[in-house]
Ligand binder design. Structure first.
Ligand code: ADP
Length: 368
């Protein structure tokens, strides 16, 4: 996924003219794991259905209300927003909030991500482009290299950069003043952020999984955007199987729409939605092949656990990050998996869900 810096004006959400980005820094982000789709395609799909204003954002009521307060206060004082850190699993709306806020403020937004900012110089064009009150969104901020992280401290605190020029005896540091602006950082791992970086964010919000009702609302709204008719029951069925995650709801809606357009016609009914989801191998709880493979690997290869995530990832030929970010949070939340000091353990409910015998594995004995 290569993300070019986007500079958007507040009133024209589609403008993306790269204004001022004469030397575009390498934009980018992490390739998303298999469950969430990945690459440019997923970005384009996300963009198509992304809410444009705070009023269009579904759920996360407490977060929305707090953001409204800081927005109103900043607007009244004609000051930039305080730096904001958003954390939570992938697909829950971090980028959405980060792109809605500049629109609400009527200001510009530049987008980059931690892993592509490999040295302070990569950050520099973004800083010099940042206009007063504009927003710099740094996705995956926990992956900023240490040198860049240290470089960003005085930026966030005093809107100042210290640039070292030359080496040895000729070395000198010049300070450059920047226009006050706002950093919005997003992370799936707030625990991996260093304390000094975390402390520089005056506002911190955690995004949690969505309820089925909220997801059904998102599915209905997005079906309208896609000019697709869908019954209420079908919206709810897709919502129930979306693992509390709007991005998954959107992807399942698109799949269901493709299925109906190809295999039937007309409105997406409950029966058609079920058939489409079965064909996609998304089960009643919303687990897909990858989730079931994870539980099966833990149950069979590791005899139920406890097992370390690295070992499980190795057996599945996947990155441990992908498992920790995209697979485990939902399994943990649903009581199919436990994390113990000794490693991951599949629960009785997890075994039942897989249709495996429960008696042979006693998770309680394995915890400590
Ligand atoms: P993240 O940055 O946390 O990975 P995104 O903000 O890219 O997640 O969200 C993915 C997609 O999910 C968005 O394009 C949007 O369509 C949908 N979405 C996320 N949060 C919401 C929300 N609160 N209300 C409506 N749609 C949402």
């Amino acid at each position: 996924m290569v993300r070019q810096p986007v500079i958007q004006g507040g009133e024209d959400p589609l403008r993306s003219d790269g204004k001022g980005a004469e030397t575009p820094p390498p934009g980018g982000g992490l390739p998303r794991g298999p469950l969430f789709g990945g690459g440019d395609d997923q970005d384009r799909l996300d963009e198509e259905l992304r809410p444009q204003r705070l009023d269009d954002v579904v759920g996360q009521r407490a977060v929305v209300e707090r953001l409204r307060i800081i927005l109103n206060a900043a607007r009244k004082r004609k000051e930039p927003l305080g730096h904001l850190l958003l954390d939570g699993p992938p697909g829950l709306g971090k980028t959405t909030f980060a792109t809605v806020l500049p629109k609400e403020m009527g200001t510009e937004c530049q987008i980059t991500s931690g892993p592509v900012l490999s040295a302070p110089k990569d950050l520099l064009p973004y800083l010099t482009n940042a206009s007063y009150g504009s927003i710099l969104f740094i996705d995956e901020i926990h992956r900023l290299p240490k040198a860049v992280e240290e470089f960003i401290y005085p930026v966030m605190e005093d809107f100042r950069v210290d640039i070292a020029l030359g080496e040895g005896l000729n070395a000198r540091t010049i300070n450059m003043k920047l226009k006050p602006f706002t950093v919005i950082g997003a992370t799936t791992r707030s625990g991996m952020l260093t304390a000094p970086l975390r402390d520089r964010f005056v506002n911190r919000e955690h995004l949690d999984f969505y309820t089925d009702d909220e997801l059904a609302d998102i599915v209905r709204r997005n079906a309208r955007k896609l000019h697709t008719k869908i019954s209420d029951e079908a919206s709810r069925e897709i919502a129930r199987r979306s693992r509390g995650t709007p991005r998954i709801a959107n992807n399942l809606l698109r799949w269901t729409r493709d299925f109906v357009d190809s295999e039937a016609q007309g409105e997406i009914t409950d029966a058609l939605a079920r058939e489409a989801l079965a064909r996609r191998e998304v089960d009643e709880l919303g687990l897909d092949r990858q989730d079931r493979r994870y539980l099966q690997t833990l149950a069979r290869t590791f005899n139920g656990g406890p097992a370390g995530v690295q070992a499980i990832a190795h057996s599945m030929n996947l990155a441990a990050d992908t498992l920790e970010d995209e697979v485990e949070p939902f399994l943990l939340r649903n009581g199919l998996l436990l994390r113990s000091p000794r490693g991951r353990v599949v629960t009785e409910a997890g075994l039942r869900h897989l249709g495996l015998p429960v008696g042979e594995i006693d998770p309680q004995k394995r915890l400590f």
